[in-house]
Design a protein around this ligand. Structure first.
Ligand code: ATR
Length: 284
């Protein structure tokens, strides 16, 4: 670090398990940029003060994670189209003292999935979840031309999300109940199943919403959970002969998009991916 080092950060609560500091610092190093990235635990009641502090010390940019992705909006000066549409922010850039919010969760997930399985346009996709991450992903999937069905444990959230997508994008997404017999029917007709809920995430690693008997071998199964990388859902998918895509790609691509927004440079995606993988296997 020098006296001119540009500082970036993650704000959230908790932040201990985030891989963003390792990924971004490795990317800055790879490109020889005089930048550094730190993780800052900010409890909800301190969010407004933290953002004032960020303005005062002129942080160049920051990531926003749970539980601040929605509440941060009122504290920013401007939103780009992605954040405006989704109603949540995961990246902020300091543009000449103005804090501008973006959302790359959805496009990161679509980029990652398309890099593995090709274009999603016309594909029938069942998305599980209607929380923060699922919301961003749902908008990006609909924009990519997927035929989207959404199921969520709390059904009114899925209904509300579908209504918002259909209204804002003029598409015909639908919602179904998160019930075994309904999911079985839906999965039979689907090309891709995406888990955008937190089920199966460390430490609750044995949980899954879908088991092998509900899947078919023509299915592609993508889990956005990346800790562990081989979730119970993906293990069930393999048992059914389905193709699996783990959550590493989404993590890396949303990070790469942040890097590009902040630095204007092409992100060293391979370096970021190798770093995230190494860190995850180090944790075991
Ligand atoms: P994130 O920002 O990571 O998306 P979130 O907004 O809290 O986190 O959303 C978590 C998602 O996982 C929601 O879709 C949640 O379902 P509810 O809306 O019904 O709460 C889903 N989820 C979490 N635990 C679950 C479980 N045990 N079974 C089914 N869905 C679950």
């Amino acid at each position: 670090m020098t006296k001119k080092t540009k500082l970036f950060a993650l704000i959230g609560d908790p932040v201990e398990r985030s891989l963003s500091p390792e990924m971004h610092n490795a990317a800055f190093d790879a490109l020889g940029l005089d930048c550094a990235y730190i993780a800052l635990r900010v409890p909800s009641e301190m969010l407004a003060d933290a953002v004032e502090g960020i303005r005062a010390i002129r942080l160049a940019g920051f990531n926003v994670t749970h539980p601040h992705k929605v509440k941060i909006i009122d504290l920013l000066d401007k939103l780009d189209r992605s954040a405006e549409m989704v109603g949540a922010v995961n990246i902020v850039k300091n543009v000449g003292g103005k804090l501008v919010g973006f959302n790359t969760d959805g496009d990161g997930a679509v980029r990652a999935l398309e890099s593995k399985v090709g274009k999603l346009s016309g594909k029938k996709i069942l998305l599980l979840g209607a929380g923060g991450a699922a919301r961003a992903i749902a908008f990006s999937l609909a924009q990519a031309g997927a035929k989207l069905t959404i199921a969520n444990r709390t059904a009114p959230k899925a209904k509300g999300l579908v209504a918002a997508i259909n209204k804002k994008l003029g598409v015909k997404a639908v919602h179904v109940a998160l019930k075994k017999n309904i999911l079985v029917d839906e999965i039979r007709r689907s090309n891709i199943l995406i888990n955008a809920t937190s089920t199966g995430m460390y430490p609750d690693v044995d949980r899954t919403l879908v088991t092998a008997d509900m899947m078919h071998h023509g299915l592609i199964v993508n889990d956005i959970v990346y800790e562990p990388l081989q979730t119970r859902l993906l293990r069930e998918a393999k048992k059914a002969g389905a193709r699996t895509v783990d959550g590493l790609g989404m993590l890396v691509h949303q990070g790469a998009m942040a890097f590009e927004i902040w630095t204007g440079r092409r992100a060293p995606v391979k370096v970021m991916e190798a770093t995230a993988k190494r860190e995850l296997s180090r944790r075991g």
